[in-house]
Design a protein around this ligand. Structure first.
Ligand SMILES: NC(=O)c1ccc[n+]([C@@H]2O[C@H](COP(=O)([O-])OP(=O)(O)OC[C@H]3O[C@@H](n4cnc5c(N)ncnc54)[C@H](O)[C@@H]3O)[C@@H](O)[C@H]2O)c1
Length: 388
């Protein structure tokens, strides 16, 4: 096995939930373990993480546990080190734009969690900076790499649905308040002043999911709510939840053929799950329908569609859930975060842009901003095209 070179990746926020689990443990370490990423010419590029964060003890522990040689609490130093090739950021959202712009100005490639910024002007400025510096920039669009959504996209490509009419998405689960049982998400997620909130967190995902499967989002109509106004933080201290913990959105999509599709997505951290997966999307079309979760996807064709008749006096006559057939993967679909990392690393070596870039991320930030504004103003808003 020939390894041509090693890309050194400064990984900031690696002690956090996403930085640690999905990016270090599930992506970069397995990529290092497998001897890097294979390039089109048959050679390989290896990766070496440098752990960056604020807490020395935690970093040292992680470095030891995972056999990582270098760690530092000096983010600026790690960004500017001559041998750092890529700066990755998964720290708190409100610190991101500054980290990314410092890195790009230093000529480093960047790979980042979403959202890229708290405001649209900041997100656009980052995309402009990428154009000016010519670095390769990638933004996590993990949902599009999930087996369920890969299958859903394949059904769209194969014309399975006929004319697509609508998409319905259901995302969420119960996030404990933190008083009797500790909350399973960080408390900053529920504080607006710290960059939290369902709309900010999830509409950037929904934007690329809708774009990646159906087409461009043209309008948004949202109602955002704080269902649980008081929560308890990591120290057991009561705090006021200033951010929205649910967002009910309706989006008008335009497909590449110019057809309209209505998408409706409920996102809530105050809902109990009666579904097969924590997120599910249903697409209905004239010729067929499909329901996809993170992993599974089932479909029903027109010819197999039952003909229910509404009669509340009778018990249900059809075994509705049994009338769908599973869509096979027909491929080995690895962890979505890892797959996107591998694609990004190949783009870095080739010196080209990554397909999920800072402009796509800016559209995500735009949709979140417009969602919050739509709710505040109680009206549907157009989503203007962003040009750099
Ligand atoms: N792609 C996804 O599905 C997904 C899911 C959840 C979160 N995220 C994104 O990942 C990011 C991290 O979220 P998380 O849930 O892992 O949060 P987290 O609170 O678990 O981690 C945040 C990280 O930021 C660091 N941090 C906090 N305050 C800091 C400060 N003042 N200075 C420097 N570092 C600081 C923490 O030490 C930690 O390493 C967020 O931007 C979030 O939007 C993405």
């Amino acid at each position: 096995m020939t390894t041509t070179r090693t890309l050194r990746i400064a990984m900031n926020g690696v002690t956090g939930r996403m930085g640690y689990r999905q990016h270090l443990v599930r992506s970069i370490l397995p990529i290092r373990e497998q001897g890097g990423v294979e390039l089109p010419d048959g050679t390989r590029v290896q990766v070496e993480p440098i752990l960056v964060g604020r807490n020395e003890a935690k970093l040292a522990e992680l470095a030891k546990k995972h056999d990582v040689a270098e760690w530092t609490t000096d983010l600026d130093g790690a960004i500017h080190a001559a041998d750092t090739d890529i700066v990755f950021d998964a720290a708190m959202t409100n610190l991101r734009a500054a980290t990314l712009s410092t890195a790009m100005k230093a000529g480093k490639h960047v790979y980042t969690e979403k959202p890229t910024a708290e405001t649209l002007p900041e997100a656009i400025a980052l995309a402009q900076l990428r154009e000016a510096t010519g670095v390769t920039a990638g933004v996590v669009h993990d949902k599009l790499y999930l087996p369920g959504l890969v299958k859903l996209r394949r059904l769209v490509d194969e014309g399975f649905f006929g004319r697509i009419l609508s998409l319905r998405g259901e995302f969420g689960y119960w996030v404990f308040e933190g008083d009797h049982q500790p909350a399973q998400r960080p408390s900053w997620n529920y504080r607006k002043e710290d960059g939290g909130g369902m709309t900010t967190d999830m509409f950037c995902h929904w934007n690329y999911v809708l774009e990646g499967i159906l087409g461009q989002v043209r309008t948004v109509n949202a109602q955002t709510v704080t269902h649980i106004p008081t929560r308890w933080d990591e120290q057991g201290k009561e705090y006021t939840a200033t951010a929205d913990d649910a967002a009910y959105g309706i989006f008008e999509i335009e497909t590449p053929d110019g057809d309209p599709v209505v998408a409706q997505i409920n996102s809530s951290w105050a809902v109990r799950v009666y579904r097969d997966e924590l997120v599910e999307f249903q697409i209905d079309g004239t010729h067929g329908s499909a329901v996809a979760g993170l992993r599974k996807c089932v479909a029903q064709q027109r010819a197999h569609t039952p003909k229910p008749v509404w009669n509340p006096d009778l018990p249900v006559t059809e075994p509705f859930r049994d009338q769908w057939s599973e869509v096979p993967a027909n491929a080995d679909l690895d962890n979505g975060f890892k797959l996107q990392w591998e694609e990004f690393l190949r783009d870095v070596v080739a010196g080209r842009e990554h397909r999920f870039d800072l402009l796509s991320a800016a559209r995500g930030v735009q949709l979140a901003e417009l969602g919050l504004r739509s709710s505040a103003e109680g009206r549907r808003l157009d989503v203007p095209e962003i040009t750099l």
